[in-house]
Design a protein around this ligand. Structure first.
Ligand code: XIL
Length: 381
């Protein structure tokens, strides 16, 4: 009898302890989220991160933990780009993108598709086509296939990426050359037909430059006048410690707001390294390989000095103060990556540098800038 009673008591205590540990885990997961960046800004805008293939495939669980606890939106850094998803005509590879979309659905995140029509990271077969019919066939097939497959799962698509040059003229991409200058509106019309519920976005860089911004504004106004659905403009936001100024960023927000669409900052990162364009002038093309290995261009190979860490934190603080000031006009702010170690800015525009553009360092630790953002006064209720 006594032994039985002992067993029962033991079992009871054991279950209690297991339950306590379990409950504690659930609670701590919740409280982590409640202290998170996305929660901090939840009444203002979505807060997102671009995630790479390693994170999507589960080979970098630490990054994934940060993404799930800190952000409420995701963008695939590369996995949905044409060269990876349809490398050969009609041969789609959904291995990574299906997993990407599942992460978004499982964690109830605003899930972005990046990017349908873009001249870069395009499949080789597309670059070699020189006629309208074939181009149109593949453009339709690409958009239909991707948007149908992820209908209801991908909330927003970057329908067209980087269609304009710095002076506001059309970029002479294969799409422009083969389809003519109405191609942007044609693909937006197509996208709206395939998934009328998805947010449709035009995405580009250097929109703080007036001429380029004007080209996009004119395009949006034309779409509106012709009843063509466009929901937002994506401002890439690959910036540095000084450029663009807060004033210039404010102008972007105000100008696009006036057209009646939402603004998103879709690829935010702040480079702390010297910028080769400033050093060599404008006429040099994009090949900066002569700077590879040049210590002047890679001043912090081991760690970021405190004073630069402080500057980075201040820069992020200033930018987010502005975002909060205009949060009624902003839909989403997405960082282009999670931890510094895997940022594309370690290899672009000069290969093999060590950059520090994000909120989490190479050891997955939150940087000073992260805490600065959490200290900003937001509307929390
Ligand atoms: C970058 C990725 O981060 C890199 O990994 C890749 O090698 C090149 O493309 N504008 C865009 C993004 O719209 O898709 C780019 O991403 C960065 C510039």
């Amino acid at each position: 009898m006594n032994k039985k009673l002992n067993d029962v008591v033991f079992l009871f205590l054991f279950c209690g302890i297991v339950c306590l540990i379990g409950c504690n885990n659930i609670l701590s997961e919740k409280s982590n989220k409640s202290r998170s960046l996305s929660n901090h800004f939840k009444n203002h805008f979505h807060l997102g991160a671009a995630i790479n293939e390693n994170t999507i495939l589960g080979n970098d669980n630490k990054s994934k933990e940060i993404v799930v606890s800190e952000f409420n939106s995701i963008t695939p850094e590369n996995s949905l780009k044409w060269m990876f998803i349809q490398p050969l005509p009609g041969k789609f590879d959904f291995k990574v993108s299906d997993k990407y979309v599942n992460i978004g659905s499982k964690n109830d995140m605003y899930t972005v598709g990046h990017a349908l029509i873009w001249h870069a990271q395009l499949a080789e077969f597309m670059q070699n086509i020189d006629n309208k019919e074939e181009t149109l066939f593949h453009v339709k097939n690409h958009i239909n296939t991707l948007m149908n497959r992820y209908k209801g799962k991908i909330d927003a698509w970057d329908v067209v990426n980087e269609a304009f040059e710095e002076d506001g003229s059309f970029r002479e991409s294969v799409f422009y050359k083969n389809l003519g200058q109405n191609y942007i509106e044609d693909v937006f019309v197509l996208a709206a037909k395939v998934d009328p519920e998805a947010d449709l976005i035009y995405n580009d860089y250097n929109l703080y430059k007036r001429e380029k911004r004007l080209a996009v504004i004119n395009m949006v106004n034309k779409f509106k006048a012709n009843g063509i659905k466009i929901d937002g403009v994506g401002v890439q936001a690959h910036w540095d410690l000084n450029t663009p100024s807060i004033n210039e960023i404010e102008n972007i927000i105000l100008d696009f707001h006036e057209t009646g669409i939402l603004v998103s900052f879709t690829e935010l990162d702040i480079s702390v390294l010297p910028n080769p364009w400033e050093m060599v002038g404008a006429e040099v093309n994009q090949n900066f390989s002569k700077f590879e290995g040049d210590p002047k261009m890679n001043p912090y190979p081991n760690e970021l000095p405190n004073n630069i860490q402080d500057k980075l934190a201040k820069r992020y603080e200033d930018i987010f103060k502005l975002f909060l000031k205009h949060s009624d006009k902003i839909d989403r702010v997405t960082f282009w990556g999670v931890i510094d170690k895997y940022s594309w800015l370690n290899d672009w525009p000069i290969k093999g540098r060590t950059n520090y553009p994000l909120l989490f360092d190479k050891d997955y630790k939150s940087k000073k800038a992260y805490y600065k953002l959490l200290e900003l006064k937001t509307n929390q209720n």
